[in-house]
Design a protein around this ligand. Structure first.
Ligand code: MSP
Length: 515
């Protein structure tokens, strides 16, 4: 795969972003930066899902037009992503005219192909999820996930989703990487054991006016999920004049891979609605839909705008820099699982991993080089077993990181890097260059050189997670070549390279959670 296209869900701008939505976005940013490091051409899209009843309601409550509400909210998202060092290529808004035009073209095409028909719908509707439920699905007067539902009966348009049921099952079964992790794939296959209904893709304007008008019936607007899911393809040029080559390049080419990262609560829309829509439009399916778990508060409740208990990223960044928070999300949460976050957990992770391993190794080695070698890198050598072992581990770490990132297992990639750092700190403990420097300076120099090479390699490998911190670490080491290839070379630091004395990169934080 030469090209890597990654997307976050597009967020409802009914409120400000919080740590849950920041999680999807930061993880995509980290994964995208890794693929760039692995020399792939990358494209990263995030954005906002601006139509539908939920947004119309939020704007009404504020007493302003929905477009103005969205325009204001979008600024909150953009500034949050900037603070969190999220380097997206395109910020997608479903209210952009060109997207509306593409949605309209897709609907017309499906209507002309007889994939859409009209019928009377009677059932339950959840505004907060923007999803219809049948009598059977409603539990104790609530949606399956416990949201309020209201009874409605109306004429609507339907997409013939049911006719793709078997084709979808076959596709999921023959493409093991399509839905990840495995547990989510099984969940979707379980869902597909029941007969699949057709998808209601319209809303009468009498009930909802805030949406994209149906091209074949001006009394209706498009169902918000049908509009929103198309963002992934319209963002890279679907059905736009002069953009065919761009669409081919990112979406259809076999050199490219489309990857959607989502939360596990929006599995059905992404793994059932979206692929069947693509099948009907005759378009290739994404390579991977990865559903991550929930970020829980310290009482193990889900944090979300509608369930309360929301923590904004600012709660953490008053005690740690933004980059250690990114590290915590990548390392401490196994991607795919639910996991708690709290200020205490973030601080522990900074102290244990970043301060004790990288910070400690950097300060020990550069301080000794300043003291005994006038800040100039001593000559290295791998003429003993312990050094050879460190060297072997260091040279293998890049490939381990690559494999783990490609498998959407960033926490394992972080673990591999920490393993190398721990082994090197242990190596220094045993070699004790602070003692040998006084009697055998050449030996101390060799050992310190080993530490410097490990720092250089881990510095390169951690750039996607900690871009600024690793920039300053690599600058202290006078490291020029920060490419992935450079992690496969031992000895890239020439002896005599000037080495700055360490500035504390990750100061230990003294923190006690208040009750
Ligand atoms: N607009 C739809 C997505 C359309 S994509 C074509 C939507 N938006 S959302 O704003 O409600 O949520 C977006 C994502 O944030 C979901 O993937 C959801 O799982 C994620 N999260 C919201 N709260 C979360 C946590 N507490 N933890 C982890 N992810 C969370 O759904």
């Amino acid at each position: 795969m030469k090209r890597f296209y990654i997307t976050t869900p597009i967020y409802y701008p009914n409120d400000v972003p919080h740590i849950g939505t920041a999680y999807s976005t930061i993880m995509c940013d980290i994964i995208k930066r890794y693929h760039t490091l692995f020399n792939r051409e990358t494209y990263f899209v995030t954005g906002t899902d601006e139509h539908g009843q939920k947004i119309q309601k939020a704007a009404e409550e504020r007493g302003i037009p929905p477009q103005q509400h969205c325009d204001e909210m979008v600024e909150n998202f953009k500034s949050a992503w900037q603070k969190l060092e999220v380097d997206y290529n395109h910020f997608f808004r479903t209210t952009d005219d060109w997207h509306k035009d593409v949605v309209s073209k897709c609907l017309q095409e499906l209507f002309d192909k007889d994939e859409i028909y009209t019928d009377t719908y009677e059932g339950w509707y959840s505004v907060s999820e923007e999803i219809f439920y049948t009598d059977k699905e409603v539990v104790d007067g609530k949606s399956p996930s416990g949201r309020e539902v209201t009874r409605i009966k109306e004429k609507n348009y339907f997409f013939k989703m049911s006719k793709y049921q078997q084709q979808l099952i076959d596709y999921i079964e023959s493409n093991p990487d399509f839905i990840k992790p495995e547990s989510r794939k099984n969940e979707v296959l379980g869902f597909l054991k029941q007969p699949l209904g057709d998808l209601c893709i319209s809303r009468p304007k009498s009930r909802l006016s805030w949406g994209i008008e149906l091209p074949f019936d001006t009394e209706y607007v498009t169902y918000v999920w049908f509009d929103a899911l198309l963002n992934y393809a319209t963002a890279v040029g679907l059905k736009q004049e002069g953009k065919q080559a761009e669409f081919e390049k990112w979406w259809s080419s076999t050199d490219s891979g489309v990857h959607h990262v989502i939360g596990k609560d929006i599995l059905t829309t992404h793994c059932v609605y979206w692929p069947t829509m693509l099948m009907a439009l005759g378009l290739p399916l994404p390579k991977t839909i990865f559903a991550h778990g929930w970020i829980l508060n310290k009482d193990n409740g889900k944090m979300s705008k509608s369930t309360g208990g929301v923590l904004s990223a600012d709660v953490f960044t008053d005690i740690v820099d933004i980059e250690p928070l990114r590290y915590f999300l990548a390392h401490d949460i196994h991607f795919g699982n639910d996991a708690p976050i709290s200020r205490e957990l973030v601080v522990q992770s900074v102290n244990n991993d970043l301060a004790n391993n990288i910070g400690n190794l950097l300060s020990r080695s550069t301080n000794l080089i300043a003291k005994y070698f006038e800040g100039s890198t001593p000559k290295g050598s791998d003429d003993d077993e312990p050094t050879k072992k460190i060297q072997e581990l260091a040279l293998a770490t890049g490939e381990t990181v690559k494999q783990n990132i490609e498998a959407f297992e960033p926490s394992k990639a972080m673990e591999a890097i920490i393993r190398l750092l721990k082994a090197t700190n242990q190596f220094l403990e045993e070699k004790a260059p602070w003692t040998t420097a006084k009697t055998d300076t050449a030996q101390a120099g060799k050992d310190l050189y080993t530490a410097i090479e490990v720092l250089r390699i881990t510095g390169i490998l951690l750039q996607p997670v900690l871009p600024n911190k690793m920039d300053s670490l690599l600058t202290q080491l006078s490291c020029q070549d920060r490419s992935f290839e450079a992690t496969k070379i031992w000895g890239a630091t020439a002896d005599g390279t000037p080495m700055e004395k360490s500035k504390p990169l990750f100061p230990r934080i003294n923190f006690k959670e208040e009750e």
